[in-house]
Design a protein around this ligand. Sequence first.
Ligand code: ZN
Length: 236
Amino acid sequence: MPLVSLVSVVSVVLVMSLLIAGGPAVTAIPGPGPPTAATLDAWLLEVRAASFPELGDAPLTIERFSSDTVFFMSNIDVGSALHGGPLHLQLFINDAVLDDDADVPGEIALKAVLAHELAHSLDYVQRFSADGAAGLLPLLPMLAWAPAEEEIERRTDLVAVRRGYGFGLAAYRRWLYRRLPAEAVLEKRRIYYSPLELVWLERLATQCPAALDTAIAHPPRDARAIARLGPATCFR
Ligand SMILES: [Zn+2]
């Protein structure tokens, strides 16, 4: 594909991603009361070091953004992709996740959603390593076609589950369902695994990890499909 066209297409990825998230904006670190924004940043580095060694020393910047319904987002610096790398990763954090003192997600929940975002980062790095900027193009349909978005997000959930974050992701989604209005919850349920599905997948990852590895290639779409991934003993 000509470079000019590639610039246009990849720019669309970035612009649409930002629109979906409500646009990035730097916000101040909130006041006292654990965890803080600084804690989130530290946990991100911790999860990266512990569970995503494949990222190596890939550059990653943490950005802040505002949104009523999106709290974490993974992206890339388009210029770094177009100039042949190294791919510059970006992780966007909406500090509103910490706003409600009475109901802030717990440490395992926050580390798990950070693991989900780092799983996106790993996907970007692996695609870029294999095919350069063109390797990122297959991600474009997820911005406009619901089934593509659902498959990519479920696969990203599975990668996080495989690395031990299933129960944490379930806890995060339970918090998300409490926090968001009903319409937004329906949208989250469409795109991502539900808390109950994540608990089953965590059991599968523990009891029958090979079955979960197979599922990553073709993510099951619902509870019925998850149950078909292995015998009942895999889910105890
Ligand atoms: Zn995601």
